[in-house]
Design a protein around this ligand. Structure first.
Ligand SMILES: NC(=O)c1ccc[n+]([C@@H]2O[C@H](COP(=O)([O-])OP(=O)(O)OC[C@H]3O[C@@H](n4cnc5c(N)ncnc54)[C@H](OP(=O)(O)O)[C@@H]3O)[C@@H](O)[C@H]2O)c1
Length: 294
């Protein structure tokens, strides 16, 4: 049994839920989040009934500053590890805008993660004082690499959320590149406080995609799950659990993790100026948009 809770942000479905279940079976004290209170409670209760280990579900919508604030305030002390895997999967040719005027992929996957990090920082630092070190893992993807399958990011600083020239796959790839920048910048800012931050690619998991897809795509994803490049839900859950808890990662920060080790990330993702620029952009945006401060 370990000390300190492990938080899985985006734990109501897919890889997050499978990881919450695995970590609970391994004896950890796990908190999972869902965007609604009802889903958080029902998923946590479902896993607890199955594993016979207590599990906490907490409501968290990273698009809602009040929800982020409430969540950060209610976190137990200490927290040992946080995985931030909340994701919006963009579809269609039109950008989906949030109330605050940001394109939804960027708003959830990047800006939401930034706001959450900011809100949790005092808590993480306090936890690191108690435990010696706290680990944060921002979930990224190998799709941040350029030119893979003709895709890849095209980050445009004049149109950061792609709301002007929207392309769903580019929006997703950009958000996963941005997660590596956020991880590296957070690591730079927090490491002296004992908070270590990495980015992780859990692998391509067709069965997680199938879970949220229509029938036709479900069949396609089930077929893809037999391909050699596919990762099973169990393997991806094990990757989350490894990133959250493995002793070999003690002291590691600013890394891009994949396949249970440090992996090559793009040259663009290593650019420290871009990492700082994105952080400052999010900070400025946070000051302009509705605040979570009471
Ligand atoms: N699946 C893959 O093949 C794959 C490959 C590489 C990387 N990844 C990354 O792995 C992570 C998990 O992927 P997945 O396929 O397991 O995702 P998923 O099944 O779609 O689950 C997404 C999670 O994000 C939560 N979420 C969505 N909007 C949110 C918001 N506004 N605030 C807070 N939480 C929100 C969802 O909560 P609700 O249920 O309440 O909506 C859900 O728990 C993602 O970061 C993804 O980019 C996935």
């Amino acid at each position: 049994m370990t000390t300190g809770a492990i938080v899985i942000v985006g734990g109501s479905r897919g890889i997050g839920r499978a990881a919450a279940r695995k970590l609970s079976l391994d004896g950890h004290n796990v908190i999972l989040t869902a965007t609604t209170e009802a889903a958080a409670t029902s998923v946590a209760t479902g896993i607890a009934n199955e594993t016979r280990h207590p599990m906490t579900g907490m409501q968290l919508d990273v698009l809602d500053p009040a929800s982020i604030h409430r969540f950060a305030e209610r976190l137990p002390h200490p927290v040992r590890s946080v995985i931030v895997g909340a994701v919006h999967w963009p579809e269609g040719r039109q950008p989906q805008m949030t109330d605050t005027g940001l394109e939804r992929t960027f708003a959830v996957n990047v800006f939401g993660a930034f706001r959450l990090m900011q809100a949790m920082t005092p808590h993480l630092i306090a936890s690191a004082k108690t435990l010696g070190e706290v680990r944060v893992t921002l979930v990224s993807s190998r799709l941040h690499l350029p030119g893979r399958f003709g895709m890849g990011p095209r980050f445009d600083w004049t149109d950061i959320d792609l709301s002007r020239r929207f392309r769903p796959m580019t929006a997703y790839c950009n958000s996963k590149l941005a997660m590596i920048w956020l991880a590296r910048e957070a690591e730079r800012r927090l490491r002296s406080h004992g908070v270590r931050v990495n980015a992780l690619c859990p692998g391509f998991v067709p069965m997680a995609v199938a879970e949220r897809s229509g029938l036709r795509r479900q069949v396609f994803m089930r077929l893809l799950s037999y391909m050699p490049f596919a990762t099973s839900l169990d393997q991806a859950a094990a990757a989350y659990a490894w990133a959250a808890t493995d002793p070999s990662l003690a002291g590691a920060g600013g890394q891009f993790l994949a396949d249970f080790g440090e992996s090559l990330s793009s040259e663009e993702s290593k650019d420290t100026d871009s990492a700082e620029r994105l952080w400052n952009w999010c900070r400025d945006c946070d000051e302009i948009l509705p605040s979570h401060r009471p």
